[in-house]
Design a protein around this ligand. Structure first.
Ligand code: PA5
Length: 440
């Protein structure tokens, strides 16, 4: 079994961080009745089947199908390109960044590429280095009509057919809605292998559907471990006792900081490069789910809390000055790793120079951990709240545990605030106007 993530919220409390941002026990106890209602609401909606993301980790048959398909593909192709954007790219890319280079990862297979954006220079450069004979394209779009993904697909489809003739379809696999959309239609018309994204699971909650699991399997990641960690989080996340439920505690703390203390920004700051993709994934989840003009009652609320990302220790030399001395409007969510899997000893090569010799004998792991603790302590002394998610190791189980915890936190925050976290009306207008600009 893998390792679980543990959370520490102590540095959010008034008794530790003090004024002006510390949260009081009264603030928590005052919010408990509303939090309890939010919990009951989620449990009822889950029971009715309206929140299927909770139950995704337990579907062994999909995992088996994905593993069977990917075993064959991993032998056959040298490169796999994931064509998707937003929730159809951030999650799978984050998994690859976190776990793709783990020493316990399966034997080497194809290289994965996530172009994501429609940057012409980058996309052309990627197509320029690929040998289409040995490349598989996984086209991922729930709606089947997202402009960026459709455009990339059309470019790729033409080049594949030009080079491979009718064999082009062997180089495509679609991940899309089980019934609706243009991609689903093409799949049946052109006989292209397709995996379904469960109905009722939107882009940013789809990491445990084939959207995330297929690229994970193609990259040789431990898909079963990922699902086991997420299943554990789904179990833990249904505990109605807020203090024993890290997802609820995380969400409630951020909502109270926002509404009672004016904390409009949450910065996710891993002290581990492999976890930076998790911060990208979280930014979309928290921003797109909770940044809303209208609440469930139809009242204008303009709610939102801006999720940012920073990298420790790198951003100690960039952003931390602002976090320490700028406006009192931020909370930091540190991601700390206990065991990085490898370590590097700093040598003692200048015994006669005490300032240099001081570092010798320590390791990079000790250094990055000391830097995290020092920054946390400095922020605390400056009255700046923070919390920590501690990963014993960056493995599939801990990553699955972490992802599901934050998905539950997001729907809980939505319910607590009376916001629909599953829609994104604010992105529609841009799509309509893009099409208008290209027409005629
Ligand atoms: O979370 C969401 O719903 C969005 O970010 C979508 O994932 C994104 O717009 C891509 O949509 P689709 O998968 O339909 O191409």
């Amino acid at each position: 079994m893998g390792t679980k993530v543990s959370w520490n919220f102590d540095n959010l409390l008034m008794g530790n961080v003090g004024k002006p941002l510390g949260l009081t026990e009264e603030a928590f106890s005052g919010a408990l009745p509303q939090a309890q209602r939010a919990h009951e609401d989620l449990m009822q909606r889950r029971e009715r089947g309206d929140l299927p993301f909770y139950d995704l980790p337990k579907r062994g048959e999909i995992v088996a199908e994905i593993l069977e398909y990917s075993a064959e593909v991993r032998r056959r192709f040298t490169d796999v390109v994931i064509l998707g954007i937003g929730g159809s790219s951030l999650g799978p890319a984050a998994l690859q960044t976190a776990l793709g280079r783990n020493p316990d990862n399966a034997e080497s297979g194809p290289a994965l590429h996530f172009p994501d954006n429609v940057d012409p220079f980058e996309f052309d450069a990627l197509l320029g280095i690929l040998d289409l004979e040995n490349t598989l394209f996984n086209v991922v779009t729930k709606s089947g009509g997202t402009p960026e993904t459709v455009a990339q697909y059309l470019i790729v489809r033409e080049r594949l057919e030009h080079k491979l003739g009718d064999r082009y379809r062997e180089h495509l696999v679609f991940t899309t809605d089980p019934q609706k959309g243009q991609l689903r239609q093409l799949a049946s018309e052109e006989d292209i292998r397709t995996f379904s994204i469960d109905s009722g699971v939107g882009g940013r909650f789809s990491i445990l559907t084939p959207v995330g699991l297929l690229p994970a399997a193609l990259g040789g990641l431990d898909v079963k471990g990922l699902c086991e960690g997420a299943a554990f989080a789904a179990e833990e996340g249904t505990n109605g006792n807020i203090s024993d439920n890290p997802a609820y505690r995380f969400a409630l703390s951020l909502c109270l900081l926002r509404d009672n203390r004016g904390v409009g920004t949450v910065v996710m700051m891993p002290y581990c490069n492999r976890l930076l993709g998790m911060a990208d994934w979280f930014r979309q989840l928290w921003a797109e789910s909770l940044g809303k003009k209208i609440d469930l009652a139809g009242e204008e609320i303009f709610w939102g809390q801006t999720p940012e990302k920073a990298l420790g220790a790198t951003d100690q030399h960039s952003m931390v000055q602002l976090y320490m001395e700028g406006p009192f409007d931020k909370v930091i969510c540190f991601l700390e790793v206990e065991d990085h899997g490898v370590d590097v000893v700093i040598p003692r090569i200048y015994p006669q120079k005490p300032d240099l010799n001081f570092w010798g004998g320590h390791t990079l792991s000790e250094l990055i951990t000391a830097e995290k603790h020092a920054t946390e302590e400095a922020l605390l002394q400056a009255g700046r709240p923070s919390m920590t998610a501690l990963f014993p190791r960056v493995d599939a189980y801990s990553v699955g545990h972490f992802l599901m915890t934050l998905e539950i936190a997001t729907v809980f925050a939505g319910s607590f605030l009376g916001i629909n976290p599953l829609d994104q009306p604010g992105v529609e207008l841009g799509k309509v106007l893009t099409k208008k600009r290209l027409s005629g």
